[in-house]
Design a binder for this molecule. Structure first.
Ligand SMILES: [Zn+2]
Ligand SMILES: [Zn+2]
Length: 358
């Protein structure tokens, strides 16, 4: 009778040989080319992909605040209403995240900026490039935002004007047309906060409370009976409650002042008094996770997604500390986002589907 030990030994030898053969095969040029073709086939947008089911959806393309985290990009939410795509805020690293998902940049109609802090606008240059070269964009990229957005887009155009010319000279008008290079800034009028109202889609801005940054906006999307709100940066505010009433999903920023206080103690202990001062300053214009849960409850929001996390948790200890007390306020129907957290709201149902884009 063959012993179990001997069977295991033989199986290990076979597995090792298979692994060696595989490793050897990857050194063959035609195998390398075949493997690369497989990878690029799945990471290039497929123009012939079948239409998805009609839905309103939103994916977190940047879940962190300016506090660094190598696994996350700064503020960004990709919103899809049927076939129409919009991006709310484009913080550092967010366009790389969208590229990683093979996002069809030709379908992005506009960028909506909640306010003009750097962690919400710094990837505008990459967003412009991603929606311009090869994308047949019919016009300059519309960018909605607070008054001052014209200065921001003009600044990016000045900084990247040489690049536009170089790419046009190299690739020509068919791939990189200069006539649509640049931005179409659309400063929001506080007396006309509905910025899109076309057929089944309505997008509204509303004023939030992020002093001394005035104005700062949140955005609400309504599409065929489904709805979502994105807070941008704000204190706990009545405006957030009023504009989120009954929505399916609320994406709300979250900052743990309790963790910041620990960071202040650590900074002072290391004589980093200016850093401690900064951590004190930012406590005046954000919302704690518990407060965000209260907002969601008071507004009757069906599902709450925490994003723009300060700090974003790099491990379960920080996550648990960040969320301490939330369950007592709102036992369920909330999600702590990562980059890739996606909520899908199918039209004609009350389902709220959660998954992760990768
Ligand atoms: Zn911010
Ligand atoms: Zn801000």
């Amino acid at each position: 009778m063959i012993s179990t030990k001997r069977v295991l030994l033989q199986a290990s030898v076979v597995l090792a040989l298979v692994a060696l053969a595989g490793f050897g095969a990857m050194r063959l040029e035609f195998v390398q080319d075949w493997a690369l073709l497989r990878v690029f086939s799945t990471t290039t947008p497929d123009a012939d992909a079948p239409a998805e089911a009609d839905a309103l959806s939103a994916s977190v393309c940047g879940s962190r605040s300016p506090i660094p985290d190598p696994a996350r990009a700064e503020a960004c939410v990709l919103v899809q209403a049927g076939e129409r795509l919009f991006v709310v805020d484009v913080g550092d690293g967010s366009v790389a995240r969208l590229r990683q998902w093979a996002t069809p940049f030709n379908k992005i109609e506009a960028v909506m900026l909640t306010h003009l802090h750097s962690d919400h606008i710094s990837d505008l240059a990459d967003m412009h490039l991603a929606t311009w070269v090869l994308q047949d964009r019919p016009a300059k990229l519309p960018v909605y935002g607070p008054v001052g957005v014209e200065q921001v887009t003009a600044g990016f155009e000045m900084a990247y004007g040489i690049d536009y010319g170089l790419r046009n000279a190299h690739h020509g008008d068919s791939l990189a047309p200069l006539s649509v290079a640049g931005f179409d800034p659309r400063p929001i009028d506080n007396d006309a906060l509905t910025i899109i109202d076309e057929g089944d889609l309505k997008v509204s801005a509303f004023l939030v409370d992020h002093p001394p940054i005035v104005p700062a906006y949140g955005y609400r999307f309504d599409y065929k009976g489904r709805s979502l709100v994105i807070s941008g940066d704000t204190n706990k505010s009545q405006a957030m409650i009023d504009n989120s009433r009954g929505v399916d999903v609320l994406f709300h920023e979250a900052q743990s002042n309790e963790i910041l206080n620990i960071m202040i103690d650590a900074s002072r202990a290391n004589s980093a008094d200016k850093l401690a001062q900064l951590f004190e300053d930012i406590q005046t214009y954000h919302t704690t996770p518990i407060e965000a849960a209260e907002v969601a409850n008071e507004a009757g929001v069906k599902h709450l997604v925490f994003y723009h996390l300060a700090p974003s948790p790099r491990n379960s200890i920080i996550a648990n500390r960040l969320l301490r007390g939330v369950k007592e306020v709102r036992p369920d129907n909330w999600t702590l986002s990562v980059d890739g957290t996606r909520v899908t709201l199918p039209v004609g149902s009350d389902k709220i589907l959660l998954d992760e884009v990768d």
